[in-house]
Ligand binder design. Structure first.
Ligand code: GLA
Length: 743
């Protein structure tokens, strides 16, 4: 880990474990150039890059052709309307309605430590004592002298990571009001090598599917303008070599640590250079910067890997586990829960919940989670959001009675909230109709018959917080599922001034973050799980507040293979909410063996989402076995390295992935035979990640019974290169676990 400034060459060099990131200040005028990002290079050689007498580092030599210079220069800090016609990184409207921005180097500082981003999620030092020993930061202040504007680019690195974190602060240093209409957190130019673009797309119940596409000339992007990171597109973009595999090819990955609107774009220009741009989506965004005001743009995590997808995945998993998730649960086994949503939907009462809890407890389940429908008059999804007080008709004696009964049983208790929402049929709406996001004079669009509360308004944040906290203060509650089931539309706030209406979506996110921050501060032992219509807010921003996020409302084990593959490309397995649910599956109608449902859910937080009083005895009897597997393997799953070997998404036949401990003394691989093949006897499965010189005992956990059959002892190199042979099983959707321990 090192960050240096070479004053003669006016060059910045950031070095992580294996990578270098180099920027140079163009001669005299001070444009900031992006020089290099990739595998580490020698310090001695970097002065080569300044080439001060050469184009393009000498704009004064191009006095006549300034536009050509700026439109081809490899920028790190592109402005707007100044001759560079690619994607701008910043747009400011001044008091005369002009929008040009030109940024010139002003100053920089390099220091130990990493600043927090006020009100925003961000990676942090894991050095508990000083917070400075394991990280370094470079702040480069760029300035537009006409606007009297400072734009501070903040780059941080950790000693134990190959990622580079970047955020931006925009400060009005002048005496006139400025309007910030756009600020990208990352924008830089790089040479193209026939790169492709990798993104995660989806929808409700089929989130985060990996998708590659050719990068053509012009702009191609993913984004969200619906007020949350969304199920449709994910705040990530990868620039990859063609045909990248798990182990071969380059990838530049950019992951946005934010849960609201985003843009992640790549643009190929006439020189075949690529401009990457990641940040808050400029659509429906503006922010008033009065004199001395500062705007903080969220952080982007940048990762480069020269050895395929896997090493990017490992870098991100380790970074998030060590430097982003704060919960005391992050490295711990979470209680095995049973959630009543798919078991009862809205049709439950105390007795029903207690009967589920009793059967669940007998099978080894540790916590009951009461989902939607316990409050106000909510017997369906038309009413009562906002009325966070107990429906005593359903739950006589309230939550204290229910939680005490569960406590007596030895069961923990968890509860569902959707704090950002309001239904018109609610006391909250009747008392505060102006707290709903809407444009006066327009009928706002309902979605699931609900509306969004204006979290830009501190009074709303206070009120909602007190309602939620009051429930938690008065019953024994160990877990909260924080849901968010609609997008933001009709973007008007009765709280914000006329000129600040464009601040709504970002201030909304700041309000949500503040709510969750308060919650985990007052209730530090609470296990928080974020959720949004399934996995529509599964993003790094949310991980700062909750160690786990509900992956998808699609709990079908086969659909989950692709959803969990896409999610685990970026996120540690410990964060993926995954449950064994009922069959035929409520989304698809597909029936998958109970054992396979368990094996697939083991790759996440693990729990149940079914009426345990109604399943067959054979299924019920499998639960203790599955839970025993959970207890046995969860520490490995939470802390180990994830290996994706084969993907049903690609081969349309089977899925194969595993987790190997950091010490390489044990591993757990999961094989799912999605479709059987006629006259197909067996499959060779190579098992990567182990120490090549160590002998391992390999046990295949029986497909049907869950029993372990000792099988054979092989060296790590044999497992990696030759692999094991697995006989084809009868039937589709069958699976097995392969447990590997040091012999
Ligand atoms: C969302 C969640 C579900 C469930 C329902 C309740 O759809 O994703 O898991 O909590 O809301 O209304």
């Amino acid at each position: 880990m090192n960050i240096q400034f070479l004053s003669k060459e006016r060059l910045f060099k950031i070095d992580t474990i294996h990578c270098s990131y180099v920027m140079a200040i163009a001669d005299k005028e001070g444009f900031l150039g992006h020089v290099y990002y990739g595998p580490g290079i020698h310090d001695d050689d970097i002065s080569y890059f300044t080439r001060v007498s050469e184009y393009p580092f000498s704009p004064e030599k191009l006095a006549r052709e300034r536009c050509a210079f700026l439109d081809t220069f490899m920028h790190e800090a592109p402005g707007n309307q100044n001759g560079d016609f690619r994607e701008s990184s910043i747009v400011i409207t001044d008091e005369e309605n002009h929008e040009e921005v030109s940024l010139f180097y002003k100053e920089h500082k390099i220091y130990a430590g990493k600043p927090a981003l006020k009100g925003l999620p961000a990676t942090f030092s894991s050095d508990k004592k000083s917070g400075t020993n394991d990280c370094m930061t470079l702040e480069i202040t760029m300035n537009d002298p006409i606007l009297e504007l400072d734009v501070i680019y903040v780059y941080s690195i950790f000693a134990d990571s190959d990622a580079i974190m970047k955020s931006v602060r925009v400060i009005n240093r002048g005496s006139k009001k400025l309007i910030l209409n756009k600020i990208m957190s990352v924008t830089f130019d790089m040479p193209d090598k026939d790169y492709q673009m990798l993104t995660l797309h989806g929808s409700w119940a089929r989130e985060r599917r990996m998708e590659y596409r050719t990068i053509g000339h012009g702009k191609q992007s993913v984004g969200s303008i619906c007020g949350k990171s969304s199920a449709a597109e994910h705040p990530f973009i990868g620039i990859t070599s063609p045909n990248i595999t798990q182990t071969e090819g380059e990838i530049y990955g950019f992951h946005f640590v934010y849960s609201g609107n985003f843009l992640a774009q790549v643009e190929k220009n006439q020189q075949d250079h690529l401009r990457v741009a990641v940040g808050i989506h400029p659509e429906n965004f503006s922010f008033v910067l009065n004199p001395s005001d500062e705007f903080i743009a969220p952080e982007v995590v940048m990762v480069y890997s020269a050895s395929g997808l896997r090493s990017m995945t490992h870098i991100l998993h380790d970074l998030y586990r060590t430097h982003l998730i704060r919960s005391p649960f992050k490295d711990c086994k979470r209680p095995v829960l049973i959630n009543n949503w798919e078991a009862t939907y809205f049709d439950f009462n105390t007795d029903k919940l207690l009967s589920i809890a009793k059967e669940a407890k007998n099978a080894g389940i540790e916590m009951l989670v009461m989902d939607d429908g316990w409050f106000g008059k909510r017997n369906d999804d038309n009413t009562s959001l906002g009325d966070w007080f107990v429906n005593e008709e359903k739950l006589p004696g309230g939550l204290s009675y229910l939680s005490e009964k569960l406590d007596e049983m030895g069961m923990k208790f968890g509860i569902w909230f959707e704090p950002e929402m309001v239904c018109k049929e609610s006391e909250l709406y009747r008392n505060h109709p102006g707290w709903m996001i809407h444009i006066p004079g327009r009928e706002p669009a309902p979605s699931r018959n609900q509306y969004v509360l204006d979290m830009s308004n501190p009074a709303v944040v206070d009120y909602v917080y007190e309602m939620v906290a009051d429930i938690l203060r008065n019953a024994k509650i160990s877990y909260v599922k924080w849901d968010m089931n609609r997008s933001l539309t009709d973007l008007g706030s009765t709280y914000l001034s006329r000129e600040s209406q464009g601040e709504l979506t970002h201030r909304y996110m700041l309000g949500v973050y503040e709510l969750q921050e308060r919650l985990i501060t007052e209730f530090p032992e609470l296990l928080l799980e974020n959720c949004s219509s399934g996995g529509a807010r599964f993003d790094p921003g949310m991980l700062y507040y909750s160690p786990q996020i509900w992956c998808s409302d699609d709990t079908d084990a086969i659909e989950r293979l692709a959803i969990q593959e896409g999610t685990a490309l970026l996120f540690p397995l410990s964060t993926m909410g995954a449950h064994v649910s009922d069959c035929p599956n409520h989304v698809l109608g597909r029936t998958v063996p109970f054992a396979t449902r368990g094996h697939v859910a083991l790759a996440g937080t693990f729990g149940y989402e079914l009426d345990v009083t109604k399943i067959t005895k054979k299924e019920y009897d499998l639960i203790p076995k599955q839970i025993a597997q959970y207890h046995k393997y969860n520490e490995l799953i939470v802390s180990g390295d994830y290996y994706r070997v084969a993907s049903y998404r690609e081969n349309h036949l089977f899925d194969f992935y595993g987790v190997v401990s950091k010490e390489k003394d044990k591993a757990l691989y999961t094989y799912v035979q999605v479709l059987n093949r006629p006259n197909y006897k067996s499959r060779m499965l190579q098992i990567p990640g182990l120490d090549v010189n160590t002998k391992y005992q390999v046990r295949i956990v029986d497909w049907e019974t869950g029993n372990e059959i000792p099988t054979f002892v092989l060296h790590g190199d044999t497992l990696k290169n030759a692999g094991i042979t697995l006989e084809a099983a009868k039937g589709d959707f069958v699976s097995c676990l392969i447990e590997i321990t040091k012999a």
